[in-house]
Design a binder for this molecule. Sequence first.
Ligand code: ZN
Length: 500
Amino acid sequence: MIPRLFPSRPRRLLSLALILASAQAWAVSATIGEQEKPNVKAQEKEQEGVISKAENLQLDQPVITELGPPTGAAEPIIDTQANGEAPPQKSLPQAENLQLDQPINELEAPPSNKEPQTRPTVDTSTQPESSPTGNISIEVEKAKPLRLLGAEVTPATSTRLAWSPSQHFEGVYSPTAVLVVNGAKPGPVLCLTAAVHGDELNGVETVRRVMYDLDAEQLSGAVIGVPIVNLQGFHRSSRYLTDRRDLNRHFPGDPNGSSASRIANSFFHEVISHCNAVVDLHTGSFYRTNLPQLRGDLTNPRIVKMTKGFGSTVVLHSAGAKGTLRRAAVDAGIPTVTLEAGAPMVLDERSVSHSVKGIRTLLNQLGMVSKFRLWGDPEPVYYNSTWQRASTGGIIFSEVQLGEFVRKGDLLGTVTNPITNVRTEIRSQHNGRILGMALDQVVQPGFAAYHIGIQAPQEQISPPEEVIPEETAAQKPQSPDAQKTRVSDNSAADLQGDED
Ligand SMILES: [Zn+2]
């Protein structure tokens, strides 16, 4: 079945995000005009005698369908071009080319039933080049079609696909939009995921800006962008899924596990396994804000290489909590970093523009775009980190700002009991830098208030290694040893107060 693509009309930011996220949401908004005057319409139709008969659905009869295989057990998608003798594969519908690099003017937005824009599918970069004599031809490496989510995205194509976790029942949840730009030239597949926590908005906007700026004709490799992974949480402005579980503690998931575990499993196999590298976008949690920062396992050479690709962005060493998308992807051999910027529930321009700049620099560093327009490449600064907590409950006000360098003994903030008027100071126990901090609020004793980065020793950071292996996990045969290839498990670096 072809996932139905839906034209969008940009309005305000959130409504755009909603439209992007949900074909159904679009369908609803598109019919609002009609719904405003249902009686008038109905009367008109009745007068014309054209009212159509509703289909009889036999609501008292259960509808029985055959059970398909669980998502995790889905047959692997194999790329015929990966080697000469791939087994025959079923043909997939070709994804529509949407020209994501073109701004969409609301007035010019195409009507829903407009003929899809098609470009000639001949890709000049894949044609063998002939010598002037015509005798010798040089094989130029070909860009590959990208096969995912039931569609084939040919080179030089930008499109929107949809991912639905299999346990959702029809009509209740909307499919999640997956933006895909498959470049005309060969290269790696970079994936961008945002709103795995549904209340973290900066990443949603970051992914939009990056994806809608890519030119498929110029891109080497492919970029897959999922602006809102946790649509359930996003609709409710909640970090969690509807069952109060944290999706980012259930990767890589289990096709027979809890609801969260099945959703994680479906996303991991249907999207993440197609990636050569992943950037998972987050913000601080629970009324905390983060300086734009990367989190990654710096003992992994490919991750170190990836962090250097972001230009001037600080990097926090952490192996990542078990169950995070980042850690599960790394365990599966896909170098992954978390990009944290700002606070939940709010959009802030500085965080978004820093993130966009960082990802564009990465695209350049990975050789996927040639247009160089950003930060030179100042080295990132590597940190270990520690939390300073409120020792008493009350109202916290800060004396420091995000990104500020502090010395041991410096006053970070105060917590005042609103009833007794007793004030407690929080002073820094380290020389370091404020990488994350509580917004002014009421806190309980023990609340993680200041996240202090302490410069990491050089010996902790592995020498960088090329990020991109030859094939994605989806193309590779399953390796039972994937779990054992981790370089280290630095659980001491667990971020406790504010794990991604
Ligand atoms: Zn998060």
